[in-house]
Design a protein around this ligand. Structure first.
Ligand code: NAP
Length: 488
């Protein structure tokens, strides 16, 4: 099979930091089809050789499990080409059409790694140049819009030109091996499914913590914030994977239909409820790993009076028979103590106590997503019984846990998220991509939360960098009688 991958925004941050290393890994693993071209597109005037040299120089700055030797890089670089185009100029598309027609490929992937403001014009011009054939696939990077209306506008423009089965909307969390294992855990094992419901589960915590700040992307982030950047997409996709019913098969639409039902079942919050269920924060100066770090408002590209949230804690409920009344807490933020994405499923205590158990000790399933990839099952067991224990006293139990480390079990050089997703696009597998109706439903639920945030004159609550966010986030979960796992 042959492919052309046209990388619009081929000189941008996403292209060199994530996409090129992922393509290189696929090449190294022998999974990238051998007959292919990767065509970087941008307004710079670069020859193929200059583009290859640019990507080579950038490779020194990215994380790769093993550095390529010059020969290995050269073999990969032979796939790279460059085309100068201004995507806003209709005339420039004729040159792309010429290039693609000179050597027709079985599959043509158009990867839009540019600002979303260019998505509509690019799709229209691809169609006008006759480049939307049956073997064309288009990849759209998040954020797909800023709100429901802009998301719809992009989706409508793209669907005028391409059918839904040609559109690959990226949420790179779905490409993570740990997230795919979440589906495997739930739907490949019979063990948990009978327990996976309100009768047995008291609440679920979804934490996506980053120790990094906004780095060089302050201007972008200040117009986005944590609700749009993390909650509307990654966190809600995780919530769907946890809350959905078993799909009838593993095909893309069977999975996406079930995720959509979860999004449709999310309980809408009134402004009064949001006062209780939503905590927004913004990091101040602090210390992380012994290093002093700036406040968010002192980051390049961020204004001194910015009201953008860098932290969100949000209580959600899925209003259906399986989950009614079970809180799903989402918590995400920048400049938290560690990079740590995990889900904690808290089971209800045993219905009748014949043992003594330490305060707050319950069965928990901890699903580590990053940087660790694994599962912990927390149980209670009888350890050493004291000889002095009274014969009438209930025996005491102690917490113990089973620990499954997928990196150790399967090797840490597994297929990365972007590598998986790029290969799936080339192969035409849509399972790990988001359908338009899912995205719209997520925006529909998030919009009143965004509106409520905008009307909040007091702005996000300050928290010191290196802490777990504002104390109000602990108070929020404590109102339900729970605590964040690291605080229990
Ligand atoms: P970036 O560094 O600003 O790169 C933008 C790219 O688009 C450059 O190659 C730029 O090259 C090209 N470009 C801009 N205007 C153009 C035009 N009129 N015609 C042709 N090319 C044009 O942005 P980025 O960080 O890579 O982000 C790209 C997209 O991915 C954005 O939508 C972003 O939100 C999303 N995203 C980024 C990341 C990330 O980690 N960076 C993560 C997730 C999603 P020239 O200016 O030379 O033309």
């Amino acid at each position: 099979m042959s492919f052309d991958l046209v990388l619009f925004g081929g000189t941008g941050d996403l292209a060199w930091r994530k996409l090129m290393p992922a393509l290189f890994q696929a090449f190294r693993h022998g999974t990238l089809p051998a007959r292919g071209r990767i065509i970087g597109v941008a307004r710079d005037d670069l020859s193929d050789a200059q583009y290859r040299a640019l990507i080579r120089s950038r490779f020194d700055q990215v994380e790769l499990a093993k550095r390529p030797s010059p020969e290995e890089f050269d073999r990969f670089a032979a796939l790279l080409h460059f085309l100068r185009m201004d995507l806003s100029r209709p005339d420039d598309y004729a040159r792309l059409a010429d290039m693609l027609r000179q050597r027709p490929a079985d599959t043509v992937v158009m990867y839009l790694a540019t600002a979303p403001s260019l998505f509509t014009v690019t799709c229209e011009q691809l169609a006008a140049s006759g480049l939307n054939t049956d073997n064309t696939r288009i990849v759209l990077e998040k954020p797909l819009g800023h709100d429901l209306a802009s998301n719809r506008a992009i989706n409508q423009a793209v669907r005028k030109v391409l059918s839904e089965k040609q559109i690959f909307r990226i949420d790179h969390y779905l490409g993570k091996p740990s997230v795919q294992n979440l589906f495997a855990l739930r739907f490949g094992n019979a063990l948990f499914e009978p327990l996976w419901r309100r009768e047995n589960i008291s609440h679920i915590q979804i934490t996506i913590a980053e120790d990094l700040g906004v780095e060089s992307r302050g201007a972008f982030y200040d117009n986005t914030g944590a609700l749009r950047d993390m909650v509307q997409n990654h966190a809600l996709q995780l919530l769907c994977a946890l809350g959905m019913e078993p799909p009838i098969n593993a095909h893309a639409d069977a999975i996406r239909d079930e995720k959509l039902k979860v999004l449709r079942s999310l309980k809408p919050w009134t402004p009064h409820e949001l006062d209780q269920h939503l905590i927004r924060g913004q990091y101040g100066a602090g210390t992380i790993g012994g290093q002093a770090v700036h406040a968010y408002r002192d980051e390049p590209g961020v204004g001194p009076h910015s009201q953008t949230e860098t932290f969100v804690a949000l209580r959600c409920e899925i209003a259906n028979w399986r989950w009614a009344g079970v809180p799903f807490y989402i918590r995400t933020g920048k400049r938290l103590p560690a990079r740590d994405a995990r889900i904690v499923v808290n089971f209800r205590p045993a219905p009748h106590a014949i043992f003594r158990v330490p305060n707050g000790a319950v069965n928990r399933l901890v699903i580590h997503l990053q940087p660790k990839d694994g599962l912990e099952l927390h149980l209670l067991a009888q350890g050493q019984q004291s000889r002095l224990a009274s014969i009438n006293a209930a025996p005491a139990l102690a917490p113990v846990h089973l620990d499954l480390d997928f990196d150790k079990r399967f090797g840490s050089e597994r297929v990365g998220a972007y590598e998986r997703l790029l290969l799936d696009v080339i192969d035409g597998r849509l399972n790990l991509f988001v359908r338009a109706d899912e995205q719209e439903e997520a925006w529909r639920w998030v919009e009143p939360i965004l509106a409520h945030s905008q009307q909040d004159a007091s702005g996000p609550r300050p928290y010191a960098a290196g802490t777990w966010g504002p104390s109000a986030a602990s108070a929020m979960i404590a109102r339900d009688g729970h605590c964040w796992t690291e605080e229990c």
